[in-house]
Design a protein around this ligand. Structure first.
Ligand code: SAM
Length: 252
């Protein structure tokens, strides 16, 4: 795999790739059903974990430009993030990329009673729908939506808090810059025990291409390079393998 600067991303050990996901044969060899394993696994997870469709969990105004399936994180991943938020007793969550506010509302539900979510969205149409959704679900008191370009907002004085969770899900082209700001001790966006969650880390497979086909793919790959460059003694990382993949980071 090649990084944007032309250098190969070096991997110094071999993960047993055939055991990487539960859907790979060594991990599902006992399954004998007629339906596809992936479908069955998904359905069982949804029913056992009681995962609800976003439309039945929230009163939702949707966008005519993109569907929830196209733009929002998967409910399984969002419920895992709720789990993390509750487990660490997070009070403050920062989100980059609101869309219609679905992930924002999952986070607002999970923060401490005196907690809140700050979310940044560049496009007015999405921001208006998101604001209406926050009100319709009585979560507007816990959410501040900042309309603007996320990098400009984060680089400005508009935000001068340290957050317990930072969810990076905005324009992929600037992922590396967002991670740079989130991990910068001087900028102090992340609380001491804070967690960073980066969505869409394969960029729908584009980061795996020998040459990335899109600017988004180049951006996400640059972010992965940035993760790799973080000191191992200072940062701990892990993968959430739902949907398009999410990487989580915390200070070691
Ligand atoms: C993948 S969607 C977010 C989905 C949402 N977090 C969820 O899971 O429900 C990405 C969002 O980032 C917004 N966006 C794109 N460029 C941006 C920028 N420069 N600053 C802030 N938001 C941006 C898009 O308009 C879009 O709503």
């Amino acid at each position: 795999m090649t990084a944007p600067d032309g250098n190969a991303i070096q991997v110094d050990w071999e993960l047993d790739w055939e055991r990487f996901l539960p859907t790979q044969r060594p991990n599902n060899k006992c399954y004998e059903g007629a339906e596809s394993y992936e479908q069955k696994f998904h359905d069982i997870l949804e029913s056992i974990l009681n995962v609800k469709a976003p439309q039945s969990k929230f009163v939702l105004q949707e966008s005519s430009l993109f569907t929830i399936n196209q733009m929002a994180s998967s409910p399984l991943a969002l419920e895992l993030i709720q789990f993390i938020i509750r487990s660490i007793g997070a009070k403050k969550v920062l989100e980059i990329g609101t869309f219609i506010g679905l992930s924002t509302m999952y986070f607002a539900e999970a923060v401490q009673p005196d907690g809140f979510v700050v979310t940044i969205e560049k496009f007015q149409d999405f921001a208006e729908i998101a604001r209406a959704n926050f009100v319709a679900n009585k979560l507007e008191q816990k959410i501040e939506l900042i309309l603007g370009d996320a990098y400009s907002v984060l680089a400005s004085e508009k935000i001068n808090s340290a957050f317990d969770v930072i969810f990076i899900d905005g324009n992929k082209e600037r992922y590396a810059d967002y991670l740079e700001l989130a991990t910068d001790k001087d900028r102090n966006l992340l609380s001491e025990r804070g967690i960073i969650i980066i969505d869409n880390v394969t960029c729908h497979g584009d980061v795996l291409n020998p040459q990335q086909q899109t600017a988004k793919g180049v951006g996400v790959l640059a972010c992965l390079e940035k993760i790799k460059s973080l000191s191992e003694s200072e940062w701990q990382t892990a993968l959430i393998p739902f949907h398009d993949g999410q990487i989580i980071l915390r200070r070691a």
